[in-house]
Design a protein around this ligand. Structure first.
Ligand code: AMP
Length: 186
């Protein structure tokens, strides 16, 4: 689908969350993707951080590709002014299309849906189904409990220590940008 450029998939909340900082970083993430001439792949919603990431990309002149199942078009107010809108039948199909078209994954603060998406790519990485980099934007320590849980899983013998290597947790967008520029370098 996005054959001419690298594509970055962003998983994030369908709400804004409590801190203004979340919204600011969502917009900044979208703009960062555009600035580097990468495409954004996301859940197509025009709500919460999802909508802000897409606006951030498009307002900075970048391309946003949205993937949404029919039944969520109304609830997540599917954003129609996208460079490409892919409508799927199911949530599973949505996740598959997002993942398959992405070269890297960024996870911003979010809720259960964001976690579901994150754990799917993490577990696929764990069993060797892909090598795509996964970044957690750990804004103001938002993901500290998750990182603690992953360490506990390893400490208690439910995963190899390598589980901890599959996610790069960073506190700012610039760190993701620098890492992706290296990762995507020809
Ligand atoms: P949330 O983090 O809960 O605000 O959800 C973020 C995004 O994940 C939204 O687009 C949700 O539709 C999506 N989502 C919610 N539940 C699931 C699920 N079981 N599988 C895949 N995506 C989901």
């Amino acid at each position: 689908m996005v054959a001419t450029t690298k594509a970055v998939c962003v998983y994030c909340g369908s709400r804004n969350g409590k801190l203004d900082h979340y919204a600011e970083l969502a917009t900044e993430t979208g703009a960062m993707i555009a600035r580097n001439h990468w495409a954004l792949i996301y859940g197509a919603g025009d709500v919460g951080l999802m909508g802000l990431v897409a606006r951030g990309t498009q307002e900075a002149g970048g391309a946003a590709v949205g993937v949404i199942p029919t039944h969520l078009m109304k609830r997540e107010v599917g954003r129609r002014e996208l460079d490409r809108l892919i409508i799927t039948e199911t949530m599973h199909e949505r996740k598959k299309v997002m993942f398959m078209n992405a070269d890297a994954i960024i996870v911003l603060p979010g809720g259960a849906g964001t976690l579901d998406e994150y754990f799917e790519v993490l577990t696929w990485r764990q069993i060797g189904l892909h090598q795509k980099p996964i970044f957690l934007l750990n804004v103001d320590g938002f993901w500290d409990p998750l990182l603690q849980l992953l360490r506990n899983i390893v400490d208690q013998g439910f995963a190899e220590p390598s589980l901890l290597d599959y996610t790069t947790a960073v506190s700012d967008v610039a760190a993701i940008e620098a890492a992706l520029q290296v990762s995507f370098a020809p």
